[in-house]
Design a protein around this ligand. Sequence first.
Ligand code: PEP
Length: 251
Amino acid sequence: MDRKKIVAGNWKMNMTYEQSVRLINELKKITNTNVEIKIAPSFTNLNSAIALLDSSSIEVIAQNVHFEQRGAFTGEISVEMLKSIGISSVIIGHSERRKYFNENDFILSKKVKVAIENSLSVIFCIGEELSEREKGNHFELIKNQIINGLFELNINQIKNVTLAYEPVWAIGTGKTAENFQIQEMHQFIRKLFEDKFGAEISKSMRILYGGSVKPNNAEEIFLLDDVDGGLIGGASLNFSDFNSIVEAANG
Ligand code: PEP
């Protein structure tokens, strides 16, 4: 099945307003691509990013959302707030949220539900720590993250989810997983979806790889059978690297 590739830039807690405007103005030069391009700026830069990309096919997405609809949750951002400025997708379960903000599977499944039930698409991140891989637990761990985070959704809801497999030991470390490790995990993930939701869903499900994707390794990673693009951290912060990665996905 032909699955359109996605290249999504996760800016994390980087970019002032001015830096964000500068990079977006460069990104606007990317045209003529078959790739779905997304960027996830910080909350403070979402509004301006949306305005700047008004006539562009680049989608602005959020890095996080709270699981309650509204109320006394100081510092948090709701689905309703995101939707009110024109956001329609959100990243949930990034390993940095799991690790530094104690977002466990229970919290993440609540976030997924509130997002999906309110018509936001989700990029759901999963990934194992190096210690888990060394113990040989990585397949079991990924399976549990997926079951706990996503398997209460129904068939129509799961269509609005994109997966991002990001081995934690490869994020921001310059260390990429070997191609065979990426492909075998993506294939494993696709099979889990087939067993739960059927072949049609599984074949159309997009599974991104994330973890030190750079211009020099993007092409070989994107050529792997079950890889449908990438979630890009560091290399999404400058135009030239991000553009090269988009070109690699364009084939
Ligand atoms: C990420 O944050 O999702 C990521 C993959 O980061 P990096 O590309 O910097 O490893």
